[in-house]
Design a protein around this ligand. Structure first.
Ligand code: HEM
Length: 435
């Protein structure tokens, strides 16, 4: 790990953009100049088996192309470490980007498993959740108001400040996803801890020891999910996971998902369902705080919230990076990509491509082309929860600001150190008077 760090630092000094993002916290906090540097040098950068793009057109083409598949699991570990590592894994040591996670499978397995969950994840089902999302949001806001009124509370973020992440942005998605998965209320905090560990594994920058550490925590979560699935099978509820289990069990024996496949579907929905949405809500509050005039526009016209959410997804994408590997020799924008080449796709960079977004660094809640962003990816792996995430963010922001229009970020917001996911660990705010 130390050697990899040193190599990264050397490469960063030589101007390697990936190494910069991995080793330089400043570049990670403000990756935009790295992205534009990559984009200005060409549609696809690099040579050998590893390339990078920050171009919207190239990203979209690759994500939609059947000449590309998902990168092999744990390929970021060099050989022989990779083989040794795989040999030490049990069926419980599976991360969110290892098979059989949907994120790590190509057709036909991907199609088979995605269909199983997608048929229950319909627009109608998401729309039915709205009343529940509103009620949960209001209850969380009541809790926030309660905190604000308490005297003598330990306030690490300064007098009068509450951590919006801890008490709001993280709580709403966990509550919503827990309900979708039929997780009982008393296990919510456990679920939150699982998600945090799983999110760390999304980062290729983890060292071997750190990776094993998170893997151990994740192993407990796998066991608990197996127990939960067994409970739901015995006592099904009206939640999404019970429906998925029921339709899986009704399939002919040779088409049924294995126990590990079913567990991974549930865990992916869980992790993907809140580790990203928490960031969307926090990023939105932070950006609106920096742009009071944009906040004022939304407060004056509530119908702007939908587009404001798209603009946050574009401007401050909660998922910054993904990757694809060429499954055959191919060409992208005139650049030859041999089979086996992995292209790192800078989604956050594609979302600031001036070829699609005029004056891309400007934050504009009324931007007409905001929805062209790739924050939810494209193609076979397009985010299953996109509509749910949009609903949660819209309700969260509308309710938060209509109750506390003068809410201000105060003190020092703390960014998460993750590279793939972009968001805040702590976002101290003063709520201001209640409207
Ligand atoms: C996949 C982003 C919320 C479930 C993805 C991918 C992205 C993404 C970029 C595809 C990665 C790739 O192509 O390599 C986001 C963002 C969210 C969000 C930015 C919130 C702001 C959600 C929610 C759920 C969810 C709320 C579920 C309730 C999934 C699943 C996949 C996925 C299951 C895997 C799909 C597949 O591989 O076929 N998400 N997501 N996501 N997302 Fe989301």
């Amino acid at each position: 790990h130390g050697i990899i760090r040193a190599l990264n630092a050397r490469e960063a000094r030589r101007g390697n953009p990936i190494a910069r993002l991995m080793s330089d916290p400043t570049a990670r906090a403000e990756p935009w100049s790295t992205y534009s540097g990559v984009r200005e040098q060409g549609p696809v950068l690099g040579e050998g088996s590893f390339r990078v793009t920050a171009s919207h057109a190239v990203a979209a083409e690759i994500l939609r192309s059947d000449a590309f598949g998902v990168p092999a699991a744990n390929a970021h570990f060099p050989e022989p470490l990779h083989s040794i590592f795989l040999a030490t894994l049990s069926e419980y040591d599976v991360g969110p980007v290892d098979p059989p996670s949907l994120l790590a499978l190509d057709a036909p397995d991907h199609t088979r498993l995605r269909r199983l969950v997608a048929r229950h994840f319909t627009a109608r089902r998401v729309a039915q959740l709205e009343a529940d999302v509103v009620a949960t949001t209001k209850a969380l806001l009541d809790g926030l108001d309660g905190l604000d009124g308490l005297d003598g509370l330990d306030r690490p973020h300064g007098d009068g400040a509450v951590d919006l992440v801890e008490h709001f942005s993280a709580r709403l998605p966990v509550a919503v996803i827990s309900r979708l998965l039929g997780v009982p209320d008393h296990r919510r905090d456990e679920v939150l801890a699982w998600g945090n560990e799983g999110a760390k594994q999304l980062d290729g920058g983890l060292g071997y020891r750190e990776f094993l550490g998170t893997t151990r925590a994740v192993t407990d979560m796998h066991r608990a999910m197996d127990e939960h699935i067994a409970d739901l099978r015995a006592h099904p509820g009206d939640d999404l996971l019970s429906s998925v289990i029921r339709s899986a069990d009704a399939l002919p024996a040779d088409e049924q998902p294995t126990a590990v496949e079913l567990r991974m579907i549930a865990l992916l929905v869980l992790g993907a369902g809140f580790e990203t949405t928490v960031n969307l809500i926090s990023n939105a509050v932070a950006r609106l705080d920096e742009h009071p005039e944009e906040k004022a526009r939304c407060l004056a016209d509530e119908s702007l919230w939908d587009n404001a959410v798209e603009e946050v997804l574009r401007h401050d994408s909660p998922v910054q990076l993904t990757g694809r590997t060429a499954v055959r020799d191919t060409t992208v924008e005139g650049v030859a990509i041999p089979a086996g080449t992995t292209v790192l796709i800078m989604l956050g960079g594609a979302n600031r491509d001036p070829a699609v977004f005029a004056d891309p660094d400007r934050f504009d809640v009324g931007r007409a082309e905001a929805g062209e962003h790739l924050a939810f990816s494209l193609g076979a792996h397009f985010c299953l929860g996109a509509q749910l995430a949009r609903l949660e963010a819209r309700v969260a922001l509308r309710e938060l600001y209509s109750r506390h229009p003068d809410l201000r970020v105060v003190g020092t917001p703390v960014r998460k150190q993750t590279q793939v996911l972009r968001g805040y660990e702590h976002l101290p705010v003063e709520l201001g008077p209640r409207a």
